[in-house]
Design a protein around this ligand. Sequence first.
Ligand SMILES: Cc1cc2nc3c(=O)[nH]c(=O)nc-3n(C[C@H](O)[C@H](O)[C@H](O)COP(=O)(O)OP(=O)(O)OC[C@H]3O[C@@H](n4cnc5c(N)ncnc54)[C@H](O)[C@@H]3O)c2cc1C
Length: 379
Amino acid sequence: MGLWLSEEQLLYKDEVQKMISDKVKPRAAEIDKTGEFPWDVKELFAEFGLFRLVVQPEYGGRDGLLLTLCVAIEEVARVCGASSMILGNQSLGASPLVLWANEEQQKKYLPKIASGEFLASFGLTESDAGSDVAAVKTRAVPDGNSYVINGSKIFITHGDIADVLVVFAKVEVDGKDKMTAFIVDQGTPGLSTGKLEKKMGLKGSSTAEIILDQVRVPADNIVGKIGDGFRIALDCLDKGRIMVGAMATGLAQGALDTALDYTGSAVYYGTPLAKSQDVQFNLADMETFIQASRSLTHAAAFKYDQKEDGYIRFSAMSKLFATDMVMDIANKAVDLLGDDGCSSDYPAERMMRDAKIFAIFEGTNQIQKLVIARDLLGK
Ligand SMILES: Cc1cc2nc3c(=O)[nH]c(=O)nc-3n(C[C@H](O)[C@H](O)[C@H](O)COP(=O)(O)OP(=O)(O)OC[C@H]3O[C@@H](n4cnc5c(N)ncnc54)[C@H](O)[C@@H]3O)c2cc1C
């Protein structure tokens, strides 16, 4: 289990597991039921220092390792998918700043993101630009020493509540469109929230339409240079996909925990359910696939941290494998609980609804297959 983890990471995993089990697990069903963003859980994460995992040490971060973040996020997702989105999205939202921002921008935002004072969001997707990132229509036009942004983004995690967003827009230079990343502070005139999605799962994590109507930002808010936006987006997604692999692995572990609890105590025809060989075969399959997923995800995070060749392929493979696997495991858990599997009195049905979404965001699994195949074929 600790193949890729240091002694310190293994100890940290236990610490996080205890805190999450004591404080977040008892809240999970309620968060799903109300569908409200759990501000208490966000405060808990801030107090425990979990947001420090998304930022480099010079700005208040812990160790700057993606693998440590994956270990923590797995433990959160194990009990509450929506709460895992708080940490996961903080990382995705911060990534353009962590990976590409200049010193001044990093000094301004990263300490606040690390402390949890600020929530961050990543604004890329539009109604006609999901998988096809290049189809973004949001535009930024220079005006003096600032840019005026117009357009809209959809399905932006925590876009309604984030203190800072990085928004991707096109800037025309010499007749050519250049994708560019802009920092937009919440409260900037012209920035507003449109539709809030009602989702099948991950209900406590808000998913918002963001409207940009004549939003003026200083030219200093450009991350990287004009035209770097496409590479920034891909860099952030290559990192984020490994984290989604960890979330899916954690959620699958939670579904197995639920199945083990239930089959260990339920008695059918006078015999504990777990004594049935068919049940045992299911549990064995679940454990095997979860361990395989964990190994692949940790390998991807380790390679990312070491900047080893091939980490992009491993990133896509970990997301592809883990997010398909979690659906199967959640489905098995619901089956093993029988009618109780369909009841909100047990966590299996919530986990099944939460599980599906992982295969869609940060690039669908079809897109992951394209990334893997292109890498294999050397394109
Ligand atoms: C809960 C949730 C949270 C999200 N959070 C964010 C966020 O914070 N920020 C953000 O920017 N976005 C976010 N998204 C958007 C998400 O990243 C997109 O939904 C995703 O990239 C897919 O885009 P799409 O939905 O437009 O699907 P499409 O691109 O329209 O794809 C539709 C189908 O076509 C397939 N397809 C598309 N192109 C190809 C191809 N070339 N080859 C084979 N198959 C293909 C897809 O796999 C899919 O099955 C979120 C989405 C969800 C559901």
